[in-house]
Design a binder for this molecule. Structure first.
Ligand SMILES: [Zn+2]
Ligand SMILES: [Zn+2]
Length: 416
């Protein structure tokens, strides 16, 4: 896709309001042609182009190839270096990835590295915080101010001759692998030139484009966040199904150089399966994988965070350090005056409202004005965890010294 060039010293077009006179200057016409005008023309051409079964099958096969060009090639190999590929595999991925019509490897990977580095900020090229449609494709349709571009290091890509070759001839890659090659196979194979162009060419790349765009929009908007909820990436099976396994996006943002996006065997990640198969064939090496221990740590920490959030919403009683301290004699005196106070483990509880509801009946009355620690913890009945929780909501004070301490009684100290 085309880069936007700044113009003179005037404010960049993206900083100016859209008017009837300047709206066409806001549009990035190269991108708009490739992701809207040509695909929409393909949709219209469907009315004059019957779909033949071999062409449909070929379109599906070529969808998998070109989709893998993006997911296994552009994304996991070049943007994240999650494995190494020999020259034949790199050439294949550069060709079919070019056929997905989503920009050159160099352009795509630099944007994607910026997306990971500045996720959800102004420098994230497709920040979902600017709206779901913006993150889906408006960031390519509208010209962007280069001032806001998040810069990334792509020196490694500049040293890969396959990447440089594809970037320098990118227009030819779109034409050949986006349209001519799928048309040629259908035309030479079963005489369906037009169907090959419309279905295996244009509509197929429309689908691959929209599926990839869903990773930037839907995967930052829909689903669970089992590893970290500080940023927007989410895991969802629907996004995984349309993107050859790229939908486990919360995991991916946490562990970006892992060659897997789905870590469970039953999750849909054909990109991972393909990379694994290429390794068996000797085409790929050095598949990177985070240790299960590190992954589990992230998952447990997020679970703990969720639990803590639930915990603070509940009434656990006044914290002990905020309770007033009372002497043993005052406790006994207040209980004699009619307050239903009971001391358990050094903490005074006011059970006035609870006396009638106590499941153990009147036994509770025999504990008023006393230290009932032993009675509560098994002396009479070993109370349940729920009873402990309920009791904590009735806390009103803490006994000085934790119980009946003679030297702290006022009359005792007066005698001394
Ligand atoms: Zn993302
Ligand atoms: Zn990524």
């Amino acid at each position: 896709m085309a880069e936007n060039q700044p113009k003179s010293s005037k404010p960049h077009i993206s900083e100016q309001p859209v008017t009837l006179g300047n709206w066409h200057q806001h549009v990035n016409w190269i991108n708009t042609t490739l992701i809207l005008i040509v695909p929409i023309s393909g949709c219209i051409a469907v009315f004059w182009t019957p779909l033949r079964l071999p062409t449909a099958a070929w379109a599906v096969i070529y969808y998998f190839w070109t989709g893998l060009g993006i997911t296994a090639g552009y994304h996991r190999l070049w943007a994240h270096r999650s494995y190494q590929a020999g020259l034949p595999l790199r050439i294949f991925l550069a060709c079919v990835g070019g056929g997905a019509v989503q920009g050159s490897i160099r352009w795509w990977s630099s944007k994607h590295r910026a997306h990971h580095r500045w996720t959800d900020t102004n420098k994230d090229p497709y920040s979902v915080n600017k709206g779901i449609w913006y993150s889906h494709f408006m960031w390519m349709i509208l010209k962007q101010n280069p001032k806001n571009r998040g810069r990334t290091d792509i020196s490694d890509l500049n040293h890969d001759p396959v990447v440089v070759w594809q970037h320098n001839h990118y227009g030819a890659f779109i034409l050949v692998f986006g349209m001519l090659f799928p048309m040629l196979i259908a035309g030479l194979g079963w005489g369906d030139w037009k169907g090959g162009l419309v279905y295996a060419g244009i509509l197929r790349f429309l689908f691959v484009q929209q599926a990839t765009f869903c990773v930037n929009s839907l995967a930052h908007w829909l689903g669970e966040q089992p590893f970290d909820d500080r940023n927007s990436p989410r895991d969802h099976v629907v996004t995984a199904l349309v993107t050859l396994g790229e939908g486990y996006h919360n995991f991916h943002h946490e562990f970006p150089c892992d060659y897997r996006n789905a870590i469970e065997w039953w999750q849909y990640d054909p990109t991972k399966w393909s990379i694994w198969a290429w390794k068996q064939l000797g085409l790929a090496t050095n598949l990177k994988q985070f240790r299960a221990n590190e992954i589990e740590k992230g998952r447990v920490q997020q679970l703990q965070k969720k639990l803590d959030q639930q915990r603070v919403r509940l009434d656990w009683g006044v914290p002990l350090e905020q309770l007033p301290v009372m002497g043993w004699s005052d406790f006994v005196a207040e209980a004699k005056d009619g307050k239903a106070l009971i001391a358990i483990a050094g903490v005074v509880h006011d059970v006035t409202k609870f006396v009638k509801e106590h499941p153990g009946g009147k036994l509770i009355k025999s504990a008023i004005g006393k230290d009932a620690t032993a009675m509560f913890n098994g002396g009479v009945y070993n109370h349940t965890n729920a009873a402990h929780n309920l009791l904590s909501t009735m806390r009103v004070g803490v006994i000085r010294g934790g119980g009946e301490v003679e030297i702290w009684k006022p009359h005792e100290s007066r005698k001394a």
